[in-house]
Design a protein around this ligand. Structure first.
Ligand SMILES: N[C@@H](CCC(=O)N[C@@H](CSS)C(=O)NCC(=O)O)C(=O)O
Length: 263
């Protein structure tokens, strides 16, 4: 009989969600480690950020939101740094670019692709709320933050007091809600219950920025986000009247991302 691959089963744990986000933060950030490595990478075409996270001691790494056209760049960096990529992860099924997770699996054999179960996309590992993705001494907690898409996840690293928000929270903005089952009400509730409840000092790393900014914090966005600081009704009106043009690659990107970027 064929054996199931052991890696995802051993490394993905589920956190019992009996604790509030604030309690989780207190419990899990108490031993902040110096062994943490973080590199923010940029896609100059789609303004997408990819994040390489690693444990410098065990060399285990994860990559969040890689872009197909930059997969070789990312694989080269990972190899140069002597890291072992365990997981190539998506925060959600992107509409503006093709994910690099499928290509990275072939460039760096042994890597598992990861996406939220509610995305409806193919991957080796499907995460749900409360799942923990472990690399060395560190772990990312998956928090369901739907609204931009149904399957959006925010990955929280309590030990390092940071979160990777995908398109849920952008710097002084948020992901659009006008396609892919987007819902402004759902996004508002997701952000206010799962991200704005994190401690104010937590750094937030978004999947995009179109104005040359790199990161923000929970406290800053709670104070200065021009959309998400508004009452729900006003937020919904803002989102319903953004009138943004559709992403140029949407017709190609969504079908490709349904199959891990290997369309
Ligand atoms: N011009 C870009 C697409 C820009 C865009 O729509 N960005 C999305 C995230 S990627 S689906 C978004 O949510 N933007 C929110 C905003 O307020 O800008 C392209 O053609 O690819």
């Amino acid at each position: 009989m064929l054996q199931k691959p052991l890696v995802p089963i051993l490394r993905i744990a589920r956190l019992l969600l009996t604790t509030s986000i604030k309690q989780q933060a207190r419990l899990m950030s108490s031993t902040r480690k110096d062994n943490f490595f973080l590199r923010q990478l940029f896609d100059t075409e789609n303004s997408t950020y990819t994040y390489l996270l690693a444990d410098k001691s065990s060399r285990e790494a994860v990559l969040i939101d890689p872009v197909l056209e930059f997969a070789e760049r990312d694989a080269k960096l990972i190899t140069e740094l002597g890291l072992k990529l365990l997981f190539a992860m998506n925060t959600h099924m992107h509409a503006d670019h093709v994910t690099g997770t499928g290509k990275l699996k072939s460039l760096l054999p042994g890597t598992k692709s990861v996406i939220g179960k509610n995305s409806g996309a193919q991957a080796d590992v499907h995460l749900v709320e409360g799942d923990l993705v472990k690399f060395g001494d560190f772990e990312l907690l998956a928090a369901a933050t739907p609204g931009h898409t149904n399957g959006c996840l925010t990955y929280i690293c309590h030990k390092q007091e940071m979160a990777f928000t995908g398109d849920a929270v952008l710097i002084r903005g948020c992901g659009r809600t006008d396609f892919q089952e987007g819902s402004a009400e759902t996004l508002y509730h997701s952000v206010h219950s799962k991200i704005f409840t994190l401690p104010d000092n937590y750094t937030l790393y978004p999947a995009h920025d179109y104005r040359g900014q790199t990161a923000t914090s929970v406290g800053e966005e709670k104070k200065f986000n021009p959309r998400l600081t508004k009452p729900l009704k006003e937020f919904v009106h803002i989102m319903n009247t953004l009138n943004l043009p559709y992403p140029q690659k949407i017709d190609m990107a969504i079908p490709a991302n349904k199959v891990c970027g290997l369309y």
